[in-house]
Design a protein around this ligand. Structure first.
Ligand code: TRP
Length: 337
């Protein structure tokens, strides 16, 4: 693997079930692009998933499902390292060391924790949820990642990673690369098809407003055709006054690479119906092969598990080295073999 390329590392929770169009265009598609220019490590973060209660069967199924969808989306195990977090025990091991370096108050200031804890009720929030960001720090530092491609909501966790890397380096000598956030610009913000004032998201949106990539293609076509549009009939991009049509235009543009202006021209004098019919077709052409490829991996779990085993092996080679150096710097007596 070319190691002169900058290294990126990112993770995705295995709790989402089917990816939706927003996930895909916001993050996964950019992960796929980064494997061409970077030394990329991507993982399914099952350790993070159990910070809130999980059904074991569902967790196992969703972990394989997330990996299958990442592969279906174009991650190529020859070009990147794709693995499951729990397959690399060094994550939990380094997290312990990082926990001991993190201030209680510092951890208490993490806004995602505060949000989630208030949602679950402070008494029911686990200590694991509290130290979630520290595990993420370990994820990143183990691989000496230069950049961390994440959404804006994860910026604070990357800042914590930088702080802890610098703290460790300062106290014990240079050990960790201090990573940069690589905030994924929302190339196009994708909104709910039924309520274009909110972002397309599993938790916030209505089922009819979210395009799940694993839905029956027919159901997807139907969702597009029944998307909310605006008063008037002209097809122009105007996010303020025509949020529905603008959303459809940006989805169309992002999926096909056609500029918005070009689309506006193409639909001059045509009605919303024409745009929706065409976009439904574009969407069906996109989801059909994605769904088929995902299904192929799910139908052959042995092959899928083998891909993940190889990924874990590559990941471990890097992680074990970093952990050994960390243990040594901290002052642990080396275990003789
Ligand atoms: N917390 C991230 C999220 O919810 C997932 C994650 C876990 C992650 N470990 C990571 C992202 C390491 C980047 C790097 O999106």
């Amino acid at each position: 693997m070319a190691s002169d390329r900058p290294r990126v590392l990112s993770g995705i929770q295995p709790t989402a079930g089917s990816f939706h169009l927003g996930n895909y265009l916001g993050a996964v598609r950019q992960w796929v692009a980064l494997q061409e220019s970077h030394d990329a490590f991507y993982m399914v973060v099952d350790l993070h998933a159990i910070t809130v209660p999980q059904d074991p069967k569902e967790l196992r199924a969703n972990t394989r499902l997330a990996a299958a969808q990442l592969l279906a989306a174009g991650l190529d195990p020859q070009r990147c390292t794709l693995f499951v977090q729990s397959h690399v025990p060094e994550h939990a091991q380094l997290a312990w060391v990082m926990n001991c370096l993190t201030g209680f108050g510092e951890a208490s200031r993490m806004t995602q924790f505060k949000d989630k804890a208030s949602r679950h009720g402070a008494d029911r929030a686990s200590v694991g949820l509290f130290t979630y960001p520290v595990l993420q720090v370990a994820d990143i530092l183990l691989y000496q990642a230069d950049q961390v491609p994440v959404g804006e909501d994860q910026r604070q966790h990357v800042e914590l990673t930088r702080d802890l890397a610098e703290r460790f380096n300062g106290r014990f000598g240079d050990t960790f690369t201090v990573p940069q956030p690589y905030i994924l610009k929302e190339t196009a913000k994708i909104f709910d098809l039924q309520d274009p004032s909110i972002k397309m998201s599993k938790s916030a949106s209505t089922p009819k407003g979210v395009v799940s990539l694993l839905d029956e293609p027919k159901a997807t076509a139907k969702k597009v055709k029944s998307a909310v549009t605006d008063t008037g009939s002209e097809i122009v991009y105007d996010a303020e006054n025509k949020p529905g049509v603008s959303n459809l235009l940006s989805i169309y543009s992002t999926l096909t690479g056609t500029g918005i202006a070009e689309l506006e021209q193409k639909y001059t004098g045509k009605g919303y119906g024409a745009l929706k019919t065409d976009l439904a077709e574009v969407m069906v052409d996109f989801v059909t092969p994605f769904r088929d490829r995902t299904q192929q991996y799910l139908d052959d779990p042995e092959t899928l598990d083998q891909i993940l085993a190889k990924g874990a092996e590559k990941a471990r080679a890097v992680a074990a080295e970093t952990l050994a150096e960390t243990y040594d710097k901290v002052g642990f007596v080396p275990a003789k073999h």
